[in-house]
Each structure stands twice: as C-alpha cells, then as structure tokens.
Design a protein around this ligand. Structure first.
Ligand code: GN1
Ligand code: MG
Length: 357
C-alpha cells in the first residue's frame, strides 16, 4: 500500500464533516509522514493535516497525543479572545471513537489537525523582520504556557536534550561503525569531542535543579512556526510531538540556531554557513518583549543555549551518519554528514562572533 492510499484509508476514521476530494503528501519533516487533504462539506471546502506518527522515534504515540491535547487546549483557552484566535494553535480533530488518534491496519498511529490557512513557513529566516516575529512568537508561546505545570507532561523521548547521553550514543556508533564511515569524519569528531564538557552545562544545570522545569517544545526551529501571510506575525508554533518537561533554554537554543543561520541545515557548502548578528539582535528583541516570565538564571544562559542546541544537532546528525542513517530521513548517503558539518560551521561562526552575539 503506498503512502497516499494508506492515508486515504485511515482518514475515514476521523470525525470530519463532508467528503474527501483530494489528498497530497507533504515532504517536510525528518520524522513523521504528513498529508494534506481537502474535504467538501456542502458548499464549503476545508483542509486537514494528517500525520502518521513514527513509532520507532515515538514508541508511545498515545502519550504524545495526550501531551498535545492538553497543551493545545491550554493555548486555545488563553488565545480565545485574540484576533486570529483560530489560527494561533493546532486543533486536534478526534477520531470517531473520541480518541485523539486512529490506528491503521498495520498498527500505525495517525492523527488529524485542522489546517491553518493564510500562513507561511520558512526554512530559513528571510530578513530581520521575520527574525523579530519569530522571537516574539516563541516568547509568547512560552509565556502562554508559563502557568502550565511542565512536570505533569509525559517525557515522550526521555533524555532528548541530554548532551551526555548524545555523546554516549556517538561513542557507541564510533565503536560499532557499521558502515565504515569513521575514518572520514575525524575532523568533525575532534571538534565535537573538544566541546563535550561545555555542551553538557545546560542539561546538567537543569537536572541539578538550577533551572526551573517548564513546558518545552524541543523543536522550535523556524520551520515549525507559522507566520501570518499578511502581517508577518508569528501566529502558531506547530510540530508539538516533543512537548515535554524541560528548560526553556532548549527552545531559545533551537530558535537561535535556526533564526540566525545564513544557510540551510542541509546546505552542501558549509562555507556558506555564518551567524547573522542583525538577525540575532532582532530575534532577541522580539523574544525579550514577550518572555517577561524568565528568571535570572535562564536569562543568563540564553546565549549559550544557541551554541548548545547547535552542538547537540551536530552530535546527533553525525551519530546517525555513523549508524547508517537509521533515524533521520535522508535523500543521499552523506546527507547526515552534510547536516553535521553545517551545524559545526555554525558553532564556529558563533564563536568567532561571540562578543557581538
Ligand atoms: C527533527 O520533527 P522534525 O523533523 O522537525 C528532530 C529534531 C531536530 C530536527 C532537525 C523527534 O525534527 O530534534 O531538531 O529534526 N525531531 C526528533 O531539523 O528527533
Ligand atoms: Mg519535530
């Protein structure tokens, strides 16, 4: 059964008014499979987003959906009176049996969201105005969730941003080296090993209780934020799979990583990767306007968080390259190595500009 047919088969399980008149695959994202459908209900056409949850990455999809449901309901309540309220959070469409997911004949979990229209997403920041909006959008998202008890959420991927664990995984990949790729990554490896201790500071500080536990999104890259087509305002933060308890620094870090980089995550020419100070300034301005809930310890580590999250991506991409590309979706054999190299180039650019940053 091809992907579209599988999607077509399962969407009947969801409680959607009208009749499906079209479905197409959306190729973005490294983990889940996404499809956009159109339903006609009388004279009205509505679009929906359907996703098959990757069960290798998320072994407990029902916990993922429970987290998402709780967080989106909280956000919907908080944004109810605002302009564009309907576009400020994902809305889960339940299955006909009331559950927030449906299971297909192969045992795979699917979910459906109403489609958010009139928005744009970016793979990379196009200008400082969008960097400002992104900062404000992430700050607002965190702020709206600052009264939600983060520790009550399921840790759907335990130790997700635990740098020490990511290095252990890198060492295990090096030890087994199933694809004989170790010899070709010496330079990358040396750099990452030199930076191991520094990279562990944020996770360790959080684990020691020096940073408060809050709701964290854990994947606040720019492509996971939807901007209004007309005003450029960041309306919604999507891809809520990795919502978990954590420190907000995981999210400031991913925001900095993707808002201030001058090249795509999978740019083959790593020399094109630089760190943009003007975008960083605009991003910080927007973020600080919205994130008034932050404590002193959190504020003090924001800058470091950008470097740390860039580093953890480099470690994870390199590990997956060594393991033979078993985790991230790849298009060619060195795709994960290319990604690791852009992240290392970004860390180096941050270091060069550290005083301005
Ligand atoms: C993955 O869900 P997706 O494809 O946007 C990954 C993130 C990485 C990101 C890098 C569950 O995100 O941790 O930051 O790729 N998600 C998971 O682009 O591992
Ligand atoms: Mg994600």
């Amino acid at each position: 059964m091809d992907n579209e047919t599988a999607a077509m088969d399962i969407i009947g399980a969801f409680d959607i008014p009208g009749r499906c008149i079209g479905i197409k695959a959306n190729k973005q994202g490294h983990i889940n499979s996404t499809f956009i459908s159109t339903f006609r209900d009388g004279d009205v056409e509505r679009k929906y987003t359907h996703q098959r949850i990757n069960s290798t990455v998320f072994p407990h999809p029902e916990e993922v959906m429970e987290n998402i449901l709780r967080v989106t309901e909280h956000l919907a309540g908080k944004t109810a009176g605002m302009p564009d309220a309907g576009r400020r959070t994902l809305r889960v469409i339940p299955a006909r049996d009331g559950k927030p997911y449906a299971i297909d004949s192969e045992g795979m979990y699917w979910r459906t969201y109403s489609f958010i229209d009139g928005v744009v997403a970016y793979g990379r920041v196009p200008d400082e105005g969008i960097a400002y909006s992104l900062g404000k959008g992430i700050g607002t998202f965190q702020s709206l969730l600052s009264d939600f008890d983060g520790s009550s959420l399921h840790a759907v991927i335990p130790h997700f941003h635990d740098m020490g664990m990511r290095y252990r995984q890198l060492r295990a990949a090096l030890a087994s080296d199933p694809m004989n790729r170790k010899e070709g990554v010496k330079e990358e490896l040396d750099f990452l090993l030199e930076n191991e201790q520094r990279g562990c500071v944020i996770w360790d500080s959080w684990e020691e209780g020096l940073l408060p536990t809050r709701v964290t999104h854990n994947d606040t890259k720019i492509s996971n934020v939807l901007f209004s087509e007309t005003t450029g305002e960041a309306l919604a933060v999507i891809d809520l799979d990795t919502i978990m308890p954590g420190t907000v620094l995981f999210d400031t870090g991913d925001m900095i990583r993707t808002a201030c980089s001058t090249a795509d995550e999978d740019e083959k020419d790593a020399f094109l990767m630089d760190f943009s100070i003007p975008c960083c300034k605009a991003l910080t301005e927007g973020y600080m306007e919205a994130a008034s809930f932050l404590g002193k310890e959190e504020r003090g580590m924001i800058k470091e968080s950008g470097r740390t999250i860039t580093q953890i991506m480099a470690v994870r991409f390199l590990t997956d390259y060594l393991n033979g590309d078993v985790y991230y979706r790849t298009d060619y054999s060195t795709h994960n190595l290319v990604r690791a190299r852009t992240q290392i180039a970004l860390m180096k650019a941050m270091d060069r500009k550290w005083d301005q940053f």
